[in-house]
Write a protein that binds this ligand. Structure first.
Ligand code: PLP
Length: 387
């Protein structure tokens, strides 16, 4: 049995997406910029997809710019605003310390080229406090970027309040909603943001698809220059079949939002409660009352998370850690470190992220094998018990 509990990393294609993409690959090969009928057919398919995605996030279709995924949308937001506002003397960027690398490393790249960067730490539950943000922004701040939900711990941020703080100093507010769009109801108006990133493969769509929603009137420089695609905001011939797939994923997500919240949420709760009950020395990271319903991040005391991940994988169960392996050394998750959790918590943290294809049997299988694997690893390790 192979079990996939890593839906925050990526999701399988929704069957309806696969069907629509297969047809579009065969039928909609025209260049959407071409005047002839082949081009117009492709353009109509793109327009339909754009309308569908816009409906999912409460946007006007013309305010969405296609991107090749969340990373590009984040880069577009950060670099596009930095470049657009540079001449106005706004050369300060603010981001939360728990942003995805797509935001963090883009800000750090600009910081090496003369922008100043302030990273705002979250509290111990992974929530960014509006007062902490207030301390960080200045009249020179160009952009504030705080994600809607964190990919490792699932914590939801008070985005509308944070956006208000940014707006008080005249800064643009961006939210990376890659982990919420398609999972929870997202409305760009209610969030009161200026820019919002999303990614198709996190909710049943194809990889390499996404969008940046840009509030009308926001000054932003393009990332890709060339032809006049996307109203001069993103040059390049559109990947029509993939974007058709993104549109269908949006329709399905909207239809299935409530059932997923109920069913996937129930499974996540069963999995989490089962682990806490059956495995001693476990604790949930993040804010249990303010999380995306599919995610739980659990620290296993006296366990190296990577060893447990590998043991589970050998058993056919896919989970994830937030740590990065660079040049043979394991770096603890920057998210858990920013939350100031002790090494005993960061080293043994695993993320379980569920999706609509998971079943109760799969959760129960995990609960059956996990205690034995943890016991075995603990018997092999000399890691001290933290006090
Ligand atoms: N932002 C967040 C919060 C993510 O979780 C991810 C993907 O892991 C990304 C951005 C990058 O998205 P993509 O994989 O579509 O480039």
């Amino acid at each position: 049995m192979r079990i996939y509990f890593d839906h925050n990393a990526t999701t399988p294609l929704h069957p309806a997406v696969l069907e629509a993409m297969t047809q579009a690959l065969a039928d909609d090969f025209g260049n959407a910029s071409s005047v002839h009928a082949f081009g117009q057919k492709a353009k109509a398919a793109l327009d339909l997809a754009r309308g569908r995605l816009a409906s999912l996030v409460g946007a006007e279709p013309s305010d969405l710019v296609w991107t090749a995924g969340g990373t590009e949308a984040d880069n577009f937001a950060v670099r596009g605003i930095a470049e657009a506002l540079e001449s106005r003397g706004r050369r300060h960027l603010v981001a939360s310390a728990i942003e995805h690398e797509a935001v963090l490393n883009t800000c750090k790249h600009l910081a090496r080229r003369g922008w100043t960067l302030t990273l705002v730490a979250p509290d111990q539950r992974g929530v960014v406090n509006p007062d902490a943000l207030r301390q960080a922004v200045t009249a020179q701040t160009a952009l504030v970027s705080v994600m809607h939900a964190n990919n490792e711990i699932g914590t939801l941020q008070p985005v509308a309040e944070l956006a208000d703080v940014a707006h008080q100093v005249g800064a643009v507010f961006h939210t990376d909603a890659v982990q919420t769009v398609g999972k929870v109801a997202v409305d760009v108006g209610a969030l009161a943001v200026d820019l919002l990133s999303l990614s198709g493969h996190k909710f049943g769509g194809p990889k390499g698809t996404g969008a940046l929603w840009i509030k009308r009137g926001t000054r932003i420089a393009p990332l890709l220059t060339g032809g006049r695609h996307e109203r001069n905001r993103r040059a390049g011939t559109e990947n029509v079949p993939a974007l058709v797939g993104l549109g269908v994923a949006a329709v399905q997500a909207q239809l299935e939002l409530d059932t997923h919240r109920r069913d996937v949420g129930r499974l996540r709760d069963r999995l989490e409660a089962g682990i806490l009950q059956r495995v001693a020395g476990t604790v949930v990271n993040g804010d249990p009352g303010r999380r995306v319903y599919n995610t739980t991040n659990i620290s296993f005391e006296r366990v190296e998370a990577e060893s447990l991940l590998i043991a589970l994988d050998l058993d056919g169960i896919a989970v994830s850690t937030g740590s990065a392996c660079s040049s043979g050394t394991l770096e603890p998750s920057h998210v858990l470190r920013a939350m100031r959790l002790p090494p005993s918590r960061t080293q043994g943290a695993l993320r379980f992220s569920l999706g609509p294809t998971n079943t109760e049997e799969e959760v129960d299988h995990l609960l059956q094998v996990l205690p034995g694997l943890v016991d075995k690893l603990r018997s092999l390790t000399r890691m001290p018990v933290s006090r």
